[in-house]
Design a protein around this ligand. Structure first.
Ligand SMILES: C[S@@+](CC[C@H](N)C(=O)[O-])C[C@H]1O[C@@H](n2cnc3c(N)ncnc32)[C@H](O)[C@@H]1O
Length: 428
């Protein structure tokens, strides 16, 4: 990383408003990074970072509640949105709290994502990309990469892109009061390290851009109401339309995608930002169940000898919170209750609904960072980006490959001068 990057506005305002003991400084070699604004004691809370566009992976969609982002414990029956079949909740209460957000802003796009990588459609899309890229010499390599993508991988990426696009629209539609939640600009301000992207990866992303731009242009099959005329697909018109009517918008996921990312470079940028800044949401067995940005937390640089700890595991929903749905035997056998959102009457009060959408977004996960030891004013605040228990060379290789820097922390230097390794996983 070269040159000083601007210090982020939203994040600084959020830190100041909450009196977190953090300053953000900038250097040529380390970019922007958080330091202690005052002496901090072991155990002190340093930051509560709010999630932005948290999504579960495609594989884990039946295990993680899309409303509260907690995993279901054994015995809890999930509730499925029958309109898109892609969204699951742990309780009726969670589904109800997310209803306005999901039905107005996500469901119709989710239906399309369900078909993104399904069977023949996926193969046909691949063939189409092949044809498109075949005439562009530079794209041929990316085509080979595309063939290696697994269907579930494409669907997970689609879910994530949808989360980012929809979250941006809701914000631009004026549904999020200023200063309350991270902004899309706060995400765009995160470091992309685009110049470090290998050429073959860049080509692969260009292929993916074509893929997402050319998904079926048909809007969702199941719509709850007769469609209003579709707005022209600019972000402004879309966000205004969606904020002012209860009728789900009739545009395709590809139209939403290209409105948000008009050029391949816009898409490549958000993917690069994701690479270096996204946080995984894990279960207790260290399986990644989902991902989220936590923009304020992205200013903690790495150290193999970190001074902060935080818990990024998704907790289990206690069985006691399980609802007792009257599901059909077939659905019960699958452990999922089907809820036909088409049959649920949308209330017509847009303002009240907008308030509920904002409330649903406030249920995004929060990461709480605490001091692992006493920290003196001016010291860099750090967490470890990779598994602490790895050997020095393994850690450094992972950091180089995923985050594009050579670690020069005290532990790396110390371990370079000695044969032993004190880097056990301490859980803190
Ligand atoms: C999550 S961001 C941290 C904030 C970042 N420094 C910025 O300017 O926005 C991760 C990126 O920061 C840089 N970085 C993090 N820790 C570093 C370290 N110890 N030394 C050098 N660069 C580091 C790398 O470019 C890495 O990809």
């Amino acid at each position: 990383m070269t040159g000083q990057l601007p210090v982020p506005n939203w994040t600084q305002a959020y830190i100041a408003a909450n009196d977190f003991p953090i300053d953000i400084v900038s250097s040529d070699t380390r970019g922007r990074y958080a330091i202690a604004a005052r002496d901090i004691h072991e155990g002190d809370v340093v930051l509560r970072a709010q999630g932005y566009a948290a999504v579960c992976t495609q594989v884990c969609r039946k295990e993680v509640c899309s409303g509260c982002f907690q995993a279901y414990s054994l015995g809890v029956l999930g509730l499925k949105c029958d309109a898109c079949s892609m969204t699951f909740y742990c309780t009726l209460e969670c589904r109800e709290k997310s209803f306005d957000l999901h039905s107005r802003f996500e469901c119709m796009f989710m239906s399309q994502i369900a078909g993104v990588a399904a069977g023949k459609a996926f193969d046909k899309t691949m063939a189409d990309i092949d044809a498109v890229l075949g005439v562009q010499e530079s794209g041929a390599a990316s085509c080979r990469h595309m063939q290696n993508l697994e269907r579930t991988g494409v669907q997970s990426l689609s879910r994530w892109l949808l989360g980012v696009c929809v979250r941006g629209l809701i914000e631009e539609g004026g549904l999020i009061p200023t200063g309350t939640l991270p902004t899309y600009n706060a995400v765009l301000e995160l470091v992309p390290n685009e110049d470090c992207l290998p050429q073959d990866e860049r080509l692969k992303l260009e292929g993916l851009y074509i893929f997402f731009s050319n998904l079926s242009s048909k809007p969702a099959k199941k719509s709850r109401k007769k469609a209003d005329p579709s707005p022209t697909t600019t972000l402004k018109s879309l966000s205004q339309f969606m904020a002012s009517t209860m009728t789900p918008v009739q545009v395709s996921f590809s139209e939403l995608f290209t409105a948000r990312f008009p050029q391949p470079i816009d898409f490549i940028r958000i993917i690069c930002i994701r690479q270096c800044n996204v946080f995984g949401l894990w279960d207790a067995e260290s399986e990644c169940l989902g991902q989220s940005f936590f923009p304020a937390a992205s200013y903690f640089n790495h150290s193999c000898d970190k001074n902060l700890y935080f818990d990024q595991t998704i907790k289990l929903v206690p069985s006691s919170e399980a609802n007792k749905p009257n599901s059909s035997e077939q659905e019960l056998a699958r452990g999922v209750e089907s809820v036909d959102l088409n049959s649920v009457k949308l209330e017509d009060d847009v303002e009240a609904s907008n308030t509920r959408v904002f409330a649903a977004l406030q249920r995004m996960p929060v990461l709480v960072f605490q001091a692992k030891r006493d920290i003196v004013k001016g010291e860099a605040l750090t967490h470890c980006y990779v598994d602490q228990s790895l050997e020095r060379e393994e850690r450094r290789a992972a950091l180089k490959e995923e985050y594009y820097f050579d670690c020069d922390c005290d532990r790396c230097i110390r371990e370079n001068n000695q044969t032993g390794d004190d880097g056990s996983m301490d859980g803190k």
